[in-house]
Design a binder for this molecule. Sequence first.
Ligand code: CTP
Ligand code: MG
Length: 226
Amino acid sequence: MIANDDVVDIWTIVVAAGSGSRFGGPKQFFDLRGERVVDRSVRIAAAHSAGVVVVLSAEVLEETGPSRLTPGSSTRVVVVVGSDTRSGSVREGLAAVPAEATVILVHDGARPLATDEVYERVLLAVAAGADAVVPVVPVTDTIRRRSGGVVDRADLVAIQTPQGFRAEALRAAHAAADDATDDATLVEAGGGRVVLVDGDSDNMKITDPSDLEIARLLLARRGETP
Ligand code: CTP
Ligand code: MG
């Protein structure tokens, strides 16, 4: 276990400024066994970070303020306003990460079931010299191209967060970036070394309303009380 004391230079950006169009509303503020989805995401991130930057939409910040985003530890929490795209929101978060951070994680606020083990695998791979680390899980569906032909599943993985970065590599990638690509792909395009580690099949992203029900069931199965 990487203890909080050892992580003074690790900061995590939790992006939670999306509108949840597929869900039908901002899913990150729905209840998950007594805790909002985003609060759980921030709480787990805080256990592995010296500080967390939470990226929220301007509307949410006006309405509710950041009051509940306090993980109850010595971890610093900074709240900033996001942007129209996920990568724009990451960039706003990045601007609020202190210069002394040497490792930066980026995590989806809508992914509340990230485990400590996934965080640790990502952080260890960054410490071992990767520029970017991506947790992945095997693809279980058979994938077919619309144009015809089945894609070889053995070569495919599904990408999760938290993704981890050497801070300089992430800053450089975003400084040179156009908007559409994900962070690790940006680092890779700049010649950085991207390492894949095992994610966790429970570390799902809440996308549709049924995902929230599944997340509640997964937590109940773990016997966790909020
Ligand atoms: N996100 C963000 N800023 C955006 C878009 C997305 O901070 N402009 C965040 C979301 O809040 C979420 C994460 O990025 O925590 C992953 O995005 P996604 O699951 O696509 O969430 P939404 O964009 O809100 O959902 P949808 O695509 O269905 O509208
Ligand atoms: Mg989206």
